[in-house]
Design a protein around this ligand. Structure first.
Ligand code: NDP
Length: 614
């Protein structure tokens, strides 16, 4: 049996899991079987660490002054710089002019000063960094070597920025502040001395049933869409009334595919318009931040104007209804071709640009999850574009086409009340998503999952063709509802929307500025990462109040279709499954991120989505 290196009670430096940062911890016990040390961080978080994640304090240099030009950390820094792909870096071996050399010295001096500031941020907000790294390149299971010095260089923050970040956390009690400052003042003086080694970002934990699961999903997802659409077309869409398969040639129409391409490229043109602000995404594993143009809402307005013009010129929008299945096939073929293109180009992508979740080395798995995190053609971000534009805006246009088809087929002068409700509720949802487009930049889809079949098919086929199922259903299966029922359903949708929006806004505002006076009445649990976990307000009600609101809305979208068939309820059933699974994924990530603080949060807020149920 190998002997243990560190004794109980010994104070050592422990690596924060999934990150490159070391903190002072105390060894509390050792598991002989698993060969794991239980260590306690200063905030009380207890974690089990491998011996390789622990260093003695003597291996860290105690840094009192800023003039450490010959410190190993600086040597490491310059090594990391020489590896960087910064366009400003002079070519290897190129001679410097005297002015360049002076500039370089000034730059070096500035870097030394800024590095100390960066260190404040990195040390105090270790977990944000930790987070960011996981979102942008590291699965939890990824083993990373020590690259602290790279981080020091990447996080060059001006003084004011540091002050601002420090102020953000002024909501906590003074006692907590003092404690934090003590931790900070002790920790900021440590600089890792280990040299940089190569970073490995292989995905080890496979999701969605691994290779077999993802292989099956590649067939199951399109099959589900076609089954649902075929069912919806039937007079009696009962579950047991299996629809006959259509002739293959009837599924394809070159003209429909042309219209689909036109739609896709029209949205691409809107995306490229230089209107709307440009914002930065979360830092990538390389420290770089990508820029994104926020103009989804403008794209929606322009689309509305285009559709309005088409209707004015007598274009029959119910063409979409008449060729609905062919449009779905066109979108599926396009998304498959896009996924193949994305996978092929990802093979040439540098390691640091691969997705933390889609870099397993298994072709099918990586093809499904997405191998490359942010595939771009120039500044055109393919994933970001597909997330909210062609599919989401397409969903609203399809709904409108269904409304017009209903009027035409049933010879109505106004659409049915059910159709108006479904159209209005879903329009509100889409407009809300586009209005808050910036929020998509911090979602798992953008920061964690690559762009592969899952998102390409999800964004371009699943969202527009499955989410519009209620409107499609209503065209073939008119449902009459009374005004009081319509009013009750509207109230339900408003309640869901209120919970969804206020919960999302509460958390987004808190993450952006915890010192916001509007949030002064909210309590939170501080975590070792520097971020707090809200325990009052919506996030003290259940652990995912935004999912609760979303599910309530999903129910309100199905209810106008009556109770004759289960088909229009497919969305709410699927959505509950999706969000329960997503919630489990998120819990897993949060447990890794926040350790004991997350467990405390779970004790304070025992229900995940549905109060007193789940
Ligand atoms: P969430 O907005 O629910 O974010 C989860 C994150 O919030 C956690 O990882 C954690 O991140 C932070 N967090 C958790 N608990 C707390 C707390 N107590 N206090 C403060 N922060 C906390 O993630 P999603 O991206 O899954 O959902 C976003 C929205 O999109 C939801 O409204 C969801 O319903 C909707 N959605 C819709 C879908 C659709 O198809 N219509 C599909 C998926 C989602 P950290 O601490 O790092 O900030």
């Amino acid at each position: 049996m190998p002997s243990r290196k560190y004794a109980d009670g010994e104070v050592v430096m422990g690596r924060w899991p999934g990150s490159v940062l070391y903190y002072e911890v105390q060894v509390t016990s050792y598991d002989d079987v698993a060969h794991l040390y239980t260590v306690k961080y200063k905030d009380g978080t207890e974690l089990a660490l491998k011996e390789s994640d622990i260093r003695s304090q003597s291996s860290f240099k105690h840094r009192k002054s800023q003039s450490s030009s010959s410190s190993p950390s600086r040597r490491s820094s310059s090594r990391s710089r020489s590896r960087s792909r910064s366009p400003g870096r002079p070519a290897k071996g190129r001679r410097r002019s005297a002015s360049q050399s002076r500039e370089h010295k000034d730059e070096k001096k500035k870097t030394i000063q800024e590095t100390s500031l960066a260190l404040v941020v990195v040390v105090l907000f270790k977990p944000s960094e930790n987070n960011t790294k996981r979102y942008n390149g590291e699965p939890e299971s990824t083993e990373k070597n020590d690259t602290s010095c790279i981080i020091l260089e990447q996080k060059l923050k001006p003084d004011l920025e540091v002050k601002r970040v420090l102020e953000q956390y002024s909501l906590r009690s003074r006692k907590d502040d003092k404690k934090k400052e003590e931790i900070y003042s002790e920790k900021k003086t440590f600089v890792a001395v280990k040299p940089i080694e190569k970073v490995s970002t292989k995905t080890k934990e496979l999701e969605f049933g691994g290779r077999i699961g993802t292989f099956m999903l590649i067939f199951l997802l399109p099959a589900t869409v076609f089954y649902l659409l075929l069912m919806c077309k039937q007079d009696d869409p009962s579950l047991l009334n299996i629809p006959p398969l259509p002739a293959l040639e009837s599924l394809w129409d070159g003209r429909v595919f042309g219209v689909f391409l036109l739609w896709f490229f029209l949205q691409a043109v809107f995306y490229l318009l230089p209107i709307g602000k440009v914002v930065e995404g979360l830092p990538l594993s390389s420290g770089r931040k990508l820029q994104y143009r926020i103009n989804g809402f403008y794209a929606f307005i322009l689309t509305a104007a285009t559709v309005g013009a088409l209707l004015y010129f007598q274009f029959e929008l119910h063409y979409l209804y008449d060729h609905f299945m062919q449009f779905a096939v066109s979108a599926a073929v396009f998304s498959l071709a896009l996924s193949i293109y994305l996978y092929i180009r990802s093979l040439k992508a540098p390691e640091e640009e691969l997705a933390p979740s889609g870099n397993s080395g298994h072709f099918i798995y990586d093809f499904f999850i997405g191998h490359e995190l942010n595939p771009r053609i120039g500044s055109f971000d393919l994933k970001y574009f597909c997330e909210l534009r062609p599919g989401l805006i397409g969903w609203v246009v399809i709904n409108l086409a269904m409304l017009l088809a209903e009027m035409k087929i049933h010879n109505l002068s106004v659409p049915s009340l059910s159709m108006i409700l479904v159209n209005s509720f879903q329009l509100l949802y889409v407009v809300d998503a586009l209005w808050n487009e910036e929020a998509v930049l911090t979602t798992m889809d953008i920061t964690h999952d690559g762009f592969g079949f899952m998102l390409a098919f999800g964004d371009l086929v699943w969202v527009p063709f499955v989410y519009s199922l209620q409107a499609f259903y209503l065209v073939g299966h008119p449902t009459t509802i009374t005004w009081p029922i319509a009013a009750a359903i509207t109230v339900l949708n408003c309640v869901g929307y209120y919970i969804f929006r206020s919960a999302n806004s509460q958390k987004n505002n808190f993450r952006r500025n915890p010192a916001d006076p509007k949030l002064a009445n909210l309590k939170f649990i501080p975590t070792a990462t520097g971020k707090g976990l809200l325990v009052t307000g919506w996030w003290g009600f259940v652990r995912h109040p935004n999912y609760l609101g979303d599910i309530i809305m999903a129910l309100a979208w199905s209810l106008p279709c009556g109770f004759n068939h289960i088909l229009p309820y497919f969305y709410v059933i699927y959505f509950i499954c999706l969000l329960v699974h997503r919630e489990a994924r998120d819990e897993h990530h949060c447990k890794q991120k926040y350790g004991l603080a997350w467990e405390r949060y779970c004790q304070r807020v025992p229900y995940r989505i549905f109060p007193y149920i789940y």
